[in-house]
Design a protein around this ligand. Structure first.
Ligand code: PGA
Length: 241
């Protein structure tokens, strides 16, 4: 596990974007696993900036996102598809047909999940998986206690995750209660993992996840077992280690 210390959010974003860029340059037809949430927004913005300068070419890149809310359509502003379109896909020359997220509008959870598992298996391998980390240690929507063996599955969001996401919705009643997420097993199969963290509010969970016991109660702790993990975090997020 490699920890890259960044000064602040901007520096974290630039350092993370460097790693993603290196992946695209090294392997133009790579498969990127992508994440939503506030943490990677600056990384995507930096990638867009370098793309606009002519330094990056996304034309052969394929992306698979970690998760999507069940019940939100792609044009719903709170859907993760919409987020990805706004922050990255519409701003670079990626082929929209090569950008994948679980199908939030598929009401049959088993079908949505098995379709996504099949899609990822058919893509071969995720070359680089970008991750954020929730305050409870979740990665994707894999909430505490989920089996490390899980592949893509439908989750009932915990109260704390719904509360954390409430800021994006008018009221807590509008926050979807379920989501489709890649499981830990799927995430662990990525060749390389890049986890981003920023802010003092992430310091405690960074300490627990990477310097504490490996336990399903802290989903991100499983990453201690992966052989190519890079954490890019700012000083505030690293302040307890
Ligand atoms: P955040 O979310 O980037 O908005 O803090 C991270 C997560 O919950 O995975």
């Amino acid at each position: 596990m490699k920890i890259i210390r960044a000064k602040d959010y901007k520096d974290m974003s630039r350092k993370a974007a460097n790693i993603v860029s290196a992946q695209i340059i090294m392997k133009p037809n790579c498969v990127l696993g992508l994440a939503t949430g506030s943490t990677p927004i600056g990384t995507y913005a930096q990638l867009v900036e370098w793309y606009n300068k002519g330094d990056l070419d996304f034309s052969e890149v394929t992306t698979v996102n970690l998760d999507e809310y069940k019940g939100l359509s792609r044009d719903n502003e709170q859907s993760y598809y919409y987020f990805m379109k706004e922050n990255l896909f519409s701003k670079v020359n990626i082929n929209p047909e090569r950008t994948f997220l679980p199908d939030g509008m598929e009401t049959d959870s088993d079908k949505a999940c098995s379709d996504y598992n099949r899609l990822i298996a058919n893509l071969g391998e995720v070359d680089l998986q970008v991750l954020g980390i929730g305050h409870n240690g979740h990665i994707g929507f894999n909430e505490p206690g989920t089996s490390f063996e899980a592949e893509t599955h439908c989750v009932d969001l915990t109260e704390s995750t719904m509360k954390a996401n409430q800021r994006f919705f008018e009221s807590i009643d509008d926050v979807p209660r379920q989501a489709y997420t890649m499981g830990i097993k799927t995430i662990m199969q990525a060749k390389k993992i890049l986890l981003l963290a920023s802010g003092e509010d992430k310091a405690q969970i960074i300490k627990e996840a990477f310097f504490g016991p490996i336990t399903p109660q802290v989903q991100a702790s499983v990453l201690q077992l992966h052989n190519d993990v890079t954490i890019v975090a700012d000083e505030a997020a690293l302040s307890l280690i």
